[in-house]
Design a binder for this molecule. Sequence first.
Ligand code: GLA
Ligand code: ZN
Length: 683
Amino acid sequence: MQHPLFPAMPHMGHGGDYNPDQWLDRPDILEQDIEYMKKSHVNCVSLGIFAWSVLEPREGEYHFEWLEQTVERLYQNGIYTMLATPSGAIPIWLARKYPEVRRVGRNEVRDEPNGRHNHCYTSPIYRGKVYQMNKMLSERLGKHPGVIAWHISNEYGGECYCPLCVAAFRDWLREKYGTIDKLNAAWWTTFWSRRYADFEEIDPPYAQGEHCVHALALDWKRFVTYQTNDFVLHEKEAIRVGGSELPVTINMMNAFDGLNYFKFKDTVDFTSWDAYPTWHGETDDLSTACRTAFVHDWIRAIKREQPFVLMESTPSMTNWQRVSKLKRPGMHMLACMQAVAHGADSVQYFQWRKGRGSFEKFHGAVVSHDCRSDTRVFQDVQSVGERLAALDEICGSRVKAQAAVIFDTENRWAIDGAAGPRNCGKHYLETCMQHYRALWEMGISTDVIDMECDLSGYKLVVAPMLYLLRGGIAEKLRRFVAQGGTLVGTYWSGVVDENDLCFLGDCPGDGLAALYGIRAEEIDALYDGEFNHMEACSRHLLKHERYKLTELCERIHPEGAKVLARYMDDFYAGEPALTVNRFGEGRAYYLAAKAGMKFYRDFYCSVAEQAGISCPLSEELPEGIVVSVRQGEGKDYLFIQNWNAQPASFELKETLSDLETGKPVHGKLTLDAYGIQILMRER
Ligand code: GLA
Ligand code: ZN
């Protein structure tokens, strides 16, 4: 069964951040907003994100009428509301009267009242004020038929080093370790005489503080996630107490590493994120598209197959990137549809209308300062709206992935935080993206998951640089392979336990060496520009004879595994660089060095086939054409995307139907520059 995210709005959403609070003295503008929203097929807005100082201009003085009127007026015009809680920006009276609500930086200095995204997430006073505000919002609007969801706060992130947060951190550590001796052992604090006698001696990693105890840094980040999640739960509780049972979300950010988003899995009812790819930027559009696809698949995978919301994206340019380029004709449609192709059931923009002043007055918006609807941007938005309005059939359909790439935030913290073996870049994120890219280019639906996720249902699991092991991952991988799964692991895996303590014994640790049938002895680091090569032992798996290797090359010994490729250069020439081990019903591949796209493409082409995963189209596609699939009831929807700035075509062997025109498609299929076509196949 296909379940739309919002039962009240079983359509693809289209809209964005709407800030009428900035225009309350301009009824003509508010009038025009409605007219233009209807014209551009907007059916859903996020309201009140930064409206606290209008909702409560003075302590205890509430003004909800304008908000109630807005929600009602939108609803009368067929536009639904994702209602925001306003905690993302503290009103000045609150910041002044209660200094504890303001965040303290790593430098131990407290913020003056300023900007946004700078509240303390521990402060009982802030929690109390937010609770009160959310509860009232929920009581007054939570049951309005026009409200479909809650947009809690905005882009949570950042750390607070205030005394309240420090005390909460110590309590969190007490709870986790029980005794200080256990903490000292887990943190290896005898090194450089860093032993703690009491939890009260522990400080967070202040700018001038402790930075050599890696487990401290790791636990601090875990605490920041824990405490932020606790704050979100608190916001959610107030909404529930106010009487609303509507689904809640938080808008997440692009491959953000400040929080472990997977810990919010049970807190949010659906996921959403804010995508600002730099199209036509320093990397080619295909690479930018791949990075964006990776994040779509990461945010979606938090809730496994459930659709997500693209909560923000710019209809034209941003105002904060190094260079803010306009989207070239076609790119707006393609980028919006890419989100849909990866499982988004709503395309939202930041922002509906440009404000006249302050920081974001030049940020792209659907309606610009000229207040016109005959602009290029408005018309681009209108076309997306028109197209989405005809895609009801897709609403609630799923992306069902048979492959998963493990990209784990805690692992990322540990890899990035560790000193050695290559401090000019171990490139965990980029490496995960490269493995992913090979699958993405083949059109294979892939979940980007973390180590704690359930692996059942996947045929292929790719676990690059699985340096830190936690959440029983080694056991899960063993079971996965034993039951017939295909696993791909790489160098720099199974090095440390969850406290960043190195495993003793064979590496990869926790029994992974036996799973891969190898033993890693040492790892060589290469300078930028240096490389090694590997030579395939047979052409059975790999199309080419040799592949370039860079950055990190591990020396491994096969212990049961079959060698598939060997190093060609340096003193370890002839030693294994790629192996495979039969384990139970499945196979575990081990890639000992960092390879390049040529290798990943050839390798995953064979490995996917072996794992029983087929590409959605068997045709050879021209470079830059990518297919993504959503599954509906008895049907597959194939989104054929052309990421080239020129038209591209290929021969379609079977006959599929064009979802939007209903016409059969067969033979030569030509896509415009940045074109996108949705084909339907009965399953
Ligand atoms: C973020 C924020 C928005 C806005 C945009 C601008 O995503 O959530 O409020 O500032 O950036 O790109
Ligand atoms: Zn704090």
